[in-house]
Design a protein around this ligand. Structure first.
Ligand SMILES: [Zn+2]
Length: 320
């Protein structure tokens, strides 16, 4: 049997040991190269685009020769106003990129010796950056569409006579959400969160190109897709695959997301579910990349992402 990719040496190109051995300066050089790839790491003023800058080497900052603004490798990005050193920040991104089933904030806090709230915000900023990779993505060809419900669990009463019918709306918490995944067989996985599958139809129409072939299960929510696309359906109560029609790739995304939610994050609020879903999709889509490439990709995305509107100002990360 072929060796699993994650067990092969090709999967391991960067370790925490490498990052800490390289130290703060090597980590800083990595930040410069990924912040300004088009100038191979030469600083570019974020305000006026001028490439003529002075280095304030003692503080690892720059001053623009044209407009005089001072900036750093993380100014104006999702990692701005960082309190962690470059080496710790690079280690954090490596840890998140290495965790095939995601990483809880508590785990990240313990690994880096930082406050759990800081780790929570930092991990969410990284997720926000990863999600930006597919914001403009449109899927084509064969596209699997599937939904899976998360959250809103109602614990059954101990005694049978006290138990309620949890299928009835009045006995549910209202917190249940469905993650809808669109997975192109030769492309990316896109995800979004709704109360019901039907609510995802406008998103599907927008994000799947005309002429695509939709593969979906028998749920009535997907019936309108026949009006827009060639849709092939599989009745899961009869078989999981029929004549090549299946949603197995979407299912394998959901199994990663379930392991992530169940094994790392435990209770996930509906508010953050979309972030975990897009994180799992990113990991699924890049599962064949080595961890050095994943870390650089994640850091490159973070340095290309603007300051977060959601996460800025919340519990700044401090080394401790
Ligand atoms: Zn400038």
């Amino acid at each position: 049997m072929a060796q699993h990719f994650l067990l092969s040496s090709k999967a391991r190109t960067l370790s925490l040991r490498d990052i800490y051995k390289g130290g703060e300066d090597a980590a800083y050089q990595t930040f410069l190269k990924l912040r300004w790839p088009e100038t191979e790491g030469e600083a570019v003023c974020p305000d006026c685009g001028c490439v003529d800058t002075y280095r304030i080497t003692t503080r690892r900052r720059f001053k623009c020769a044209a407009c005089g603004v001072q900036f750093s490798a993380t100014s104006g990005t999702i990692l701005h106003s960082r309190k962690l050193s470059f080496v710790d920040l690079l280690a954090a991104i490596c840890l998140v990129a290495n965790a095939a089933k995601g990483l809880s904030a508590l785990q990240l806090a313990r690994d880096l010796g930082i406050n759990p709230k800081s780790a929570f915000v930092l991990a969410h900023k990284i997720r926000e950056a990863l999600a930006r990779e597919t914001v403009a993505e449109k899927l084509a060809g064969e596209v699997e569409v599937d939904g899976a419900y998360f959250g809103g669990h109602v614990r059954p009463e101990n005694r049978k006579e006290d138990r309620k019918d949890r299928r009835l709306a009045e006995n549910q918490t209202g917190k249940r959400r469905v993650v809808v995944a669109l997975r192109a067989r030769q492309g990316r996985t896109l995800t979004a969160v709704y109360r019901t599958e039907d609510e995802s139809l406008p998103m599907i129409r927008e994000r799947v190109a005309d002429g695509s072939i939709i593969l979906a299960d028998e749920a009535a929510s997907w019936d309108p897709l026949h009006g827009w696309y060639t849709a092939k359906r599989i009745n899961h109560s009869i078989a999981f695959m029929d004549d090549g029609v299946c949603t197995n790739q979407a299912e394998s995304f959901f199994s990663r997301l379930r392991r992530m939610v169940g094994g790392q994050h435990h209770k996930v609020s509906g508010r953050h579910l979309h972030a975990y879903a897009s994180h799992a999709a990113w990991l699924e889509d890049h599962r064949r990349q080595d961890n050095g490439a994943l870390t650089r990709r994640a850091l490159g995305l973070a340095l290309a992402s603007p300051v977060s509107r959601v996460w800025t100002g919340k519990w700044q990360a401090r080394a401790g």
